[in-house]
Design a protein around this ligand. Structure first.
Ligand code: DGJ
Length: 719
C-alpha cells in the first residue's frame, strides 16, 4: 500500500488498485489491473473535463464513491434525503488512515452537511482480491434517509468488454450469460428479500483484445484480462454495469435501492455489505481460480483450511415428509454400507408436518413419527459410523402451526392486506428482536439437546408484502437490512456456541448462495434439480463464481423425478463427484450391483476428493465448442402439487436420453484421468475412457480429469 501526493495504491497477488484525490477534492479512480512495479509511480489525479454543457466534470470523472448531486447522471453510490428537503450530496476527501498493512480507511464528507462516509479497502496479498465497503454516519442535528447505498463502485476505462453473469430460476440455476457491454446499463439484482435464484451477485468483465469491431465478443477462458466481483449480501441486492456516455464502464453494487429507505438518526451509522473485486490476466478460468482459492482461504467459516465435506446421505427424495424412526434407520444402515460419512434427515420430523401445509415454526419432535425423540435414530447413526444432520427452515411459519396461532403478528405483512402464501408458508420477520431471539433460542436448544453435526438450513419462498408495522412508518424499510443482519448474527452465535456444527445454505436449491452467507455456512445446495445431465451445465455455471468444495451434489433415482431421463448409476455418481458428493436415492430400491458400484465409487471419491474440490479448476471445453452439444433444457412445472418434488414436468424425448448417454458420460472421462495413479483413475479407466486425450492440458502428471459436454474440468493437484 502506498501513498504519495494523495495517491493511494494497494498491491496484492498480480493486481494493483489505485485512486487519488483530484484537484476538486473528489476521490478519483486511477487504476485497476495487472500489478505495476514497486517503483512505478502513478500520475496525480485530475478530473475529466466537462463534455459540452451537458456533462460536467462531476459526472465525467470516475469517482470511487459518488454522492448523488451536482449533476451526476451515472449511477450514484449514495443518495440521501435530508430533513429540510435537500437531496444534494457531494462527497469530498477528508483523510485516509492505514488500517493494517494491506488495508486503508478513507473518510469522505459532504461539502457542507455533516454526513460522513468511510470507505474501507483491504487487499488480499495472495489473490489481489480487494474487499470494499462503506460506512455512513449522520452527524446532522436531524435524521436523514439513505435511499441508495452501494458497497463500492468500480470503473474501467473505455474499451470493448464482455459481461458475464449468472441467472436462473428454481430447478434451473446457474446459467452463464455473456454479452457485449454496450451503452446503457445492465442491472442484475434481487428484489426478493434474499439472494434469489433469478440472478447471483457475481459478475466478470472480459476485455476483448480482438481487432474486429463487429459480431459477438467471446470471452476467453484462459487468456486475456478479466475483472470480476462478488457481493457478500444475502438480502435484496443490485449490481449495475453501465457504459457511460463517454464509454467508461462503471460497476456499482450494494443494497438494492428498490423500495429502500434507511433512516439514520443523528449519531447513527449504516454499514454496507462487502463488495469483493479481483483481476486476472488468465481469462475467466483464472478469475474463477482466484475466487475459489479466496473463498477457501478467507470466506468459509473454517478458512483457511476447511475440512473436506463428508459424503452425505439425504433422505428427502427417498421419503419426503414420510420420515419415521424405522424408515430412517433402514436408510441409514444402507447408507453406512456404502461408505457414507453423514446421514441427514430432511423435512418432516417436527410439529404436525405431514406435508408442506403445516408445522413450520413448531420445532418439537413429532411424537407419532419419533415416539422416543431423535436420540434412538441419532445413536443408531453414530453406531453405524456416521454423524447426524437435520433439516430446518427457521425463518418460515405455516399458518397452520402453533407458532402462528400464538404470534400472527410475527410475519412480514402489511396490516389489512392479504398475506401471500407460497408453499403454504409465510416469512417470519427476523428483523424483530423477539422473532430473532425465538429463532436463535429454538436452534440453540435443538443443538444442545441432540448430538447434531450438521444443519441443512432451508428457505423456501421469497418475500411478498415486506411490512413491519411495529416500528414507526419511516423506519419500516429498515427490514431489508435488519432481517439479514439478524440472520447473520443468529448463524454467528450458533457457530460460536456449537463450534462443531456445520451448516448448509439451501433455499429451494440455489436461492441463497453468496459470499455473505458463506461466511457462516460450509456448503450450499445448488439446485433442487438433481438430474445428473442438467447438473453438469449448472455445475459449470456455478464454477465461475464458487469453489466445488461447497457444491453439494446428490446421486438420486433414475429415471429422474423431474424430467424422466434415465441414466446409469455410474453416470450419476460421476456427475455428482465433481463437487462434494452426496447420495439422495431411495436405497430401498437398489440392487446388490448398485450397492457395490456406489461403494467402489465413494471409496474412489474419498481418495481423490482433495484434488477435486481444492485443486486448480480448468474448464477444458469452451462454451463455443459446447454449442455442438445439447444444451440444458429447463423444467417448466405446469402444476405444483403438495411439494416441489411433486411438480409435474414434461418428459423428455428419447433422443435426449441418447445424447446424454453417449455424449455425457464418455466426454466426462479422459485419457488423462486414466493415466492418473489414484483409485479414481482406475475407476474411470474401467468405466469408459475416451481415446485421444485432452486438447489443452499442459501438466498432466498428477491430474484427475473430468470432462463434460458443456465444459470439461481439469482439477490440477498442484503437486
Ligand atoms: C427444498 C430443498 O431444496 C429440498 O432439498 C428439500 O429439503 C425440501 N425443501 C424439503 O421441504
Amino acid at each position: 500500500m502506498g501513498r504519495g501526493a494523495q495517491v493511494f495504491r494497494l498491491d496484492g497477488g498480480n493486481a494493483t488498485y489505485a485512486f487519488a484525490v483530484n484537484e476538486r477534492g473528489e476521490l478519483q479512480t486511477l487504476y485497476w489491473g495487472g500489478r505495476i512495479g514497486e517503483r512505478d509511480s502513478l500520475p496525480a489525479a485530475h478530473s475529466n473535463p466537462e463534455a459540452a454543457s451537458f456533462d460536467s466534470p462531476y459526472t465525467t470523472t470516475p469517482q470511487e464513491y459518488a454522492g448523488w448531486g451536482a449533476g451526476l447522471f451515472t449511477e450514484p453510490a449514495l443518495k440521501v434525503s435530508f430533513a429540510d428537503g435537500n437531496r444534494d450530496l457531494v462527497l469530498h476527501f477528508v483523510r485516509a488512515s492505514p488500517n493494517g498493512p494491506q488495508s486503508l480507511d478513507v473518510l469522505l464528507k459532504d461539502i457542507s452537511r455533516e454526513v460522513y462516509v468511510t470507505l474501507r479497502y483491504s487487499i488480499d496479498p495472495d489473490s489481489g482480491i480487494l474487499a470494499r465497503s462503506a460506512g455512513m454516519e449522520n452527524k446532522e442535528k436531524q435524521a436523514i434517509t439513505i435511499e441508495q447505498a452501494a458497497a463500492a463502485q468500480w470503473t474501467l476505462p473505455p474499451a470493448r468488454y464482455t459481461l458475464s453473469y449468472l441467472t436462473g430460476r428454481w430447478a434451473g440455476e446457474w446459467t452463464l450469460n455473456q454479452e457485449p457491454i454496450i451503452g446503457g446499463a445492465r442491472v442484475i439484482e434481487s428484489r426478493r428479500g434474499s439472494t434469489g435464484h433469478q440472478a447471483n451477485p457475481w459478475f466478470a468483465i472480459s476485455r476483448d483484445a480482438s481487432p474486429s469491431s463487429a459480431g459477438p465478443i467471446a470471452a476467453d477462458e484462459e487468456h486475456g484480462e478479466v475483472w470480476f466481483g462478488a457481493l457478500a449480501w444475502s438480502g435484496s441486492w443490485r449490481i449495475s454495469v453501465e457504459r457511460d456516455q463517454l464509454d467508461s464502464v462503471r460497476v456499482t453494487g450494494g443494497f438494492n435501492p428498490f423500495d429502500f429507505g434507511y433512516k439514520l438518526q443523528p449519531g447513527e451509522k449504516l454499514e454496507t455489505p462487502v463488495f469483493y473485486g479481483g483481476y486476472s490476466d488468465h481469462g475467466l478460468g483464472g478469475a474463477s481460480r482466484l475466487l475459489h482459492h479466496f473463498e477457501i482461504a478467507h470466506i468459509l467459516p473454517q478458512a483457511p483450511d476447511p475440512k473436506l465435506r463428508p459424503v452425505i446421505y439425504n433422505s428427502w427424495e427417498a421419503t419426503e415428509f414420510n420420515v419415521d424412526e424405522p424408515s430412517q434407520v433402514a436408510l441409514a444402515e444402507k447408507a453406512a454400507s456404502i461408505g457414507v460419512d453423514r446421514f441427514v434427515m430432511d423435512d418432516g420430523w417436527f410439529g404436525q408436518r405431514k406435508n408442506d401445509h403445516a408445522g413450520l415454526g413448531d420445532w418439537y419432535v413429532n411424537a407419532e413419527k419419533f415416539p422416543h425423540g431423535l436420540k434412538p435414530l441419532i445413536d443408531k447413526v453414530h453406531a453405524l459410523g456416521m454423524d447426524f444432520g437435520l433439516w430446518v427452515e427457521p425463518e418460515m411459519v405455516n399458518p397452520d402451526s402453533d407458532l402462528y396461532r400464538k404470534h400472527p403478528d410475527w410475519v412480514l405483512n402489511f396490516p389489512g392486506r392479504p398475506r401471500s402464501e407460497s408453499r403454504n408458508q409465510l416469512v417470519l420477520n427476523l428483523a424483530r428482536p423477539d422473532v430473532r431471539d425465538y429463532v436463535e433460542g429454538f436452534l440453540d436448544k435443538l443443538l444442545t439437546e441432540n448430538n447434531i453435526a450438521f444443519l441443512k438450513w432451508d428457505y423456501n419462498r421469497n418475500w411478498a408484502e415486506p411490512g413491519w408495522d411495529q416500528v414507526p412508518q419511516d423506519e419500516q424499510k429498515r427490514v431489508y437490512v435488519e432481517f439479514i443482519r439478524n440472520l447473520y448474527s443468529i448463524l454467528e452465535n450458533l457457530r460460536r456456541k456449537h463450534p462443531k456444527v456445520e451448516i448448509e445454505s439451501c433455499s429451494g436449491g440455489g436461492g441463497r448462495v453468496d459470499l455473505g452467507i458463506l461466511r457462516y455456512t460450509d456448503e450450499v445446495w445448488p439446485s433442487d434439480n438433481t438430474d445428473p445431465f442438467d447438473r453438469l451445465a449448472m455445475q459449470d455455471g456455478f464454477s465461475y463464481a464458487y469453489t466445488p468444495q461447497i457444491m453439494m451434489a446428490w446421486v438420486t433415482d433414475s429415471p429422474h423425478w423431474g424430467n424422466g431421463r434415465a441414466t446409469s448409476l455410474t453416470y450419476r455418481m460421476l456427475s455428482s463427484m465433481q463437487g462434494s458428493l452426496g447420495i439422495g436415492a431411495n436405497l430401498n430400491r437398489w440392487s446388490a450391483e448398485d450397492f457395490s458400484t456406489a461403494k467402489r465409487l465413494i471409496a474412489a471419491y474419498h481418495s481423490a476428493q482433495r484434488t477435486i474440490v481444492r485443486g486448480d479448476l480448468f474448464r477444458l471445453i469452451s462454451r463455443a465448442m459446447a454449442a455442438n452439444f445439447p444444451r440444458l433444457r429447463l423444467f417448466r412445472p405446469t402444476r405444483i402439487k403438495q411439494s416441489f418434488l411433486r411438480s409435474r414436468m414434461p418428459r423428455r424425448k428419447a433422443a435426449d436420453f441418447r445424447c446424454c448417454n453417449s455424449q455425457g458420460l464418455t466426454r466426462m472421462l479422459s485419457t488423462s484421468s486414466a493415466r492418473s495413479k489414484g483409485r479414481l483413475g482406475q475407476e474411470l479407466r474401467r468405466a469408459r475412457p475416451v481415446r485421444g486425450g485432452c486438447a489443452t492440458a499442459s501438466n498432466w502428471n498428477c491430474a484427475e480429469t473430468f470432462r463434460q459436454p458443456h465444459s470439461g474440468w481439469i482439477v490440477n493437484a498442484r503437486c
